[in-house]
Design a protein around this ligand. Structure first.
Ligand code: SF4
Ligand code: MSK
Length: 671
């Protein structure tokens, strides 16, 4: 019997997405949502029980005791599949970091047209960490040395990648004892591929130990470098007002969407779009200017720093084209669907690839080179403007939401105490007192196999009710933004009493948008600084905190999850596990699944689990937070103790006459 087709409401909780899915049906084009319905995943490959590492296979292990042609057992096969995915994720983030470091070098040497060092203070702080002299030196000199150091981290053959020194000392000791401190990023990724070639490493525990090392090369290597350099070049984010969802597209303007991950080109496109020459060019074409917006993590990069609106998250890339209002979608690297080109042919949209690493058949390629960035950015914008005349009928959903992004770890430090006494003390104290029960990082992608944004926002809302402070990055942050959770007033309606007091006192939303997927390293930094502040143990694994990726889909997410586990965090992914096995049918097919949970927890204090039911994710999160609170000897969480002070109390009393209000507040009548 044919399966019933999902409705737009079942595909996404977002009304803008629902409207565009109806339009896709009317036009008769497919989207990732419909293709996911048509593509039934292979249950053997999906469970990690298939190996295609050599020409004697592919081998599928579906019976007890079965091995591959080479004799590979199921746990070896699953460990090899997992480490390869982690290596690809680590490579993607880190290659991004490498390109940022090369851009820093070019800027330092005056070879990068249009760029400058925007955050000299951060440059000096970061350089000092690595003992690069900063006194009496020009920013360019310091930046040149830092760029050299960072560039060397990728191909370093021996020693330890430099940012490892930023982790808590106890954590570094665990890594050294386990022999998992990464040498150079490239070396760990190459070794992961070498070890998993036919006839190499066949001990799953040994393979998975290198998976940890490879992921650490990402989190405490390539990604951390990417974030540092992005902040130095483009400015460390601080809160500003932004907008999210397809309603940010404008009917009377040339709409250009930047999509992908790297801020180098998109930052320059932002600057070029405000150039009088480009504005005039757009006006001459009959438009009121160029309207820039973003998708995925490029969106997060320019939203956090420039307040450029986000048109949406991962699953919005096709939906934005369906509006018919997009003149050009400019893509760089990662998370770009090949389907864009075919879809765009139904409209006038030009897909413009810009990275020497990413070409798509049928797309226009305008290669980006940071040495001529402004010239290329203007060329791209003129291509989009020239396309305005080809626009046909449009349908832009009238759906958009305000948000306040920009919570870098530097800003969180500042917001908790101001310029002179900024520290994590107030945050630690709020956790110790139980006003904040714990912290959850909700990160990662969209996946059309679940209802878009539902898992992200359901888990977020449930944890907020329980006084859990939430930090978000990537497409999860955009999901929360679309639902209004990243705006102080709107977000606070969903928040428990203690957390609400904190948010009202500091003046922040209960969900802090911390950036793109490489910026998960900001979360590592926050956790480290919480440890250093004192009162919450002496290592990350003791903090009442959990990491969640409810709608994950990318290999990068697996790398992120693994470096967070290695750093001591309990990490839960929603959806299916790539190493689930079929324990009810095939013996030992859950060895790896159990090892990355219990086995890793015994060593690192963090564990990786896959949990399909979002309410179970919430339950496990709260249980873990409460367990960590108890281990630290903190007071038991009790929401009844809070919520009777601050703005909430003032609102309750605001209708009373002044004398009665004072009586209620101070316990004695005064006039
Ligand atoms: Fe099969 Fe072994 Fe080759 Fe994998 S490496 S495909 S298990 S023979
Ligand atoms: S873009 S990796 S879908 S978060 Fe960073 Fe979103 Fe995931 Fe790509």
């Amino acid at each position: 019997m044919p399966r019933e087709k999902k409705t737009p409401e079942q595909h996404s909780i977002d009304p803008a997405a629902q409207e565009m899915l109806i339009r896709a049906d009317q036009i008769g084009v497919s989207t990732a949502f419909s293709r996911a319905e048509d593509m039934i995943p292979c249950n053997i490959g999906g469970a990690g029980m298939c190996c295609k590492l050599c020409g004697m296979g592919p081998c599928r292990l579906v019976k007890d005791g079965q091995t591959g042609v080479c004799g590979a057992t199921i746990d070896t096969m699953q460990a090899r599949n997992l480490i390869r995915a982690i290596a690809a994720g680590s490579a993607a983030h880190s290659d991004h970091g490498r390109d940022m470091a090369f851009t820093l070098k070019a800027v330092a040497n005056g070879e990068a047209e249009g760029y400058q060092i925007r955050d000299i203070a951060k440059l000096r702080v970061v350089a000092s960490r690595y003992d690069i002299p900063i006194e009496d030196r020009a920013p360019e000199e310091i930046a040149n040395d830092l760029a050299d150091l960072y560039i060397s981290q990728f191909g370093q053959q021996r020693g330890e990648v430099a940012p490892i020194s930023q982790a808590p000392e106890k954590r570094q000791a665990i890594w050294r004892e386990q022999g998992v401190v990464p040498r150079g990023v490239d070396r760990e990724v190459v070794e992961a591929l070498h070890r998993t070639h036919i006839g190499d490493d066949q001990d799953p525990v040994h393979i998975l130990s290198h998976a940890i090392r490879t992921a650490l090369a990402d989190g405490w290597g390539g990604s951390m470098i990417a974030t540092d350099v992005s902040d130095i070049l483009f400015g460390t984010p601080a809160p500003l007002l932004g907008e999210a969802n397809l309603g940010v597209l404008k009917d009377d303007m040339v709409n250009v969407i930047v999509h992908g991950h790297e801020p180098t080109l998109s930052e320059m496109i932002v600057a070029a779009s405000q150039d009088p020459e480009i504005i005039e060019y757009a006006k001459a074409a009959g438009a009121n200017g160029v309207n820039l917006s973003g998708i995925c993590c490029t969106a997060n990069e320019i939203l956090m720093r420039q307040g450029i609106p986000a048109a949406g998250n991962f699953l919005h890339q096709e939906l934005s084209i369906l509006t018919g209002a997009v003149e050009a979608m400019v893509v760089d690297v990662q998370c770009i669907m090949q389907a864009l080109v075919g879809l765009a042919q139904n409209f006038h949209t030009q897909i413009i690839t810009t990275s020497p690493k990413v070409k798509i058949k049928g797309a226009t390629h305008i290669e980006f080179d940071e040495h001529h960035a402004m010239t290329i950015a203007k060329q791209i914008l003129k291509t989009a403007i020239d396309n305005y005349k080809n626009r046909g009928e449009t349908q832009i959903p009238d759906v958009r939401e305000n948000l306040v992004p920009g919570f870098s770890h530097e800003y969180i430090n500042y917001m908790l105490g101001g310029s002179y006494r900024g520290s994590f003390r107030p945050l630690n104290d709020a956790i110790i007192s139980g006003r904040i029960r714990g912290v959850a990082a909700i990160v990662g992608c969209n996946n059309p196999r679940s209802q878009q944004d539902y898992l992200h926002t359901h888990v977020t809302k449930e944890l907020l009710k329980q006084d859990v402070l939430v930090v978000e990055t990537g497409c999860g942050a955009i999901a929360a933004a679309k639902l209004g959770l990243l705006l102080g007033e709107a977000g606070l309606a969903h928040v428990g009493p203690g957390l609400r007091e904190i948010c009202e006192t500091i003046g922040v939303p209960p969900v802090l948008h911390m950036g793109s997927c490489v910026d998960n390293t900001r979360i590592l930094t926050v956790l480290t600084q919480m440890v250093e502040e004192g009162g919450l143990g002496d290592d990350i694994d003791q903090i009442p905190a959990v990491g969640l990726a409810p709608e994950w889909m990318s290999e990068k997410a697996l790398s992120i999850g693994t470096y967070c586990v290695a750093s001591g965090a309990y990490v839960m992914f929603g959806g299916s596990s790539p190493v689930s096995g079929m324990p009810d049918r095939v013996e030992d097919s859950d060895i790896v699944l159990n090892y990355i949970s219990k086995g890793w927890e015994d060593i690192y204090g963090g564990k990786l689990e896959f949990v399909e039911d979002p309410d179970e994710m919430v339950r496990r999160t709260l249980a873990h937070i409460d367990l960590k609170r108890a281990d630290l000897g903190l007071v038991e969480y009790d929401p009844a103790r809070f919520g009777r002070s601050g703005d909430a109390r003032m609102r309750e009393l605001e209708d009373l006459p002044l004398a009665e209000r004072r009586q209620a507040l101070y316990g004695a009548a005064t006039d």
